[in-house]
Design a protein around this ligand. Structure first.
Ligand code: CU
Length: 118
């Protein structure tokens, strides 16, 4: 009986590992095929990166709040995300300023990053 349990657990572990491996490879593929997607990460009171770069065209922008509660607007576009979420916009090449649009505290006024569309 014990041996059976051990075998079952080992099989589950293998399945779990296989599932993880599968996820990783599909993620890598996703990145290669959907370059027009960019994820911005917001913290108190800055974005994780000083700039984000995406190819021009239909761009899907998503926002993740790692710390605090923030939103974004992108100057010169209709993109607006409150809290976490996604927005898609057709973007021409250029440099766009991304600002936090939720009064999130003392550093709110300087909370911005750049979206570089190539
Ligand atoms: Cu803010």
């Amino acid at each position: 009986m014990k041996k059976f349990l051990f075998t079952a657990m080992f099989a589950m572990l293998l399945l779990t590992l296989a599932a993880c491996g599968g996820d990783n490879s599909s993620e890598a593929k996703g990145e290669a095929s959907s370059g027009n997607e960019v994820e911005l990460v917001a913290k108190n009171w800055e974005f994780a990166e000083e700039s984000y770069t995406v190819p021009a065209g239909d761009v899907t922008i998503s926002l993740k709040n790692e710390e605090g509660y923030h939103g974004i607007t992108i100057d010169g576009t209709d993109v607006k995300i409150d809290g976490e979420g996604k927005a898609t916009a057709k973007l021409e090449p250029g440099e766009y300023t991304v600002k936090c649009n939720i009064p999130c505290g003392e550093g709110h006024g300087e909370m911005s990053t750049k979206l570089i569309v190539e």
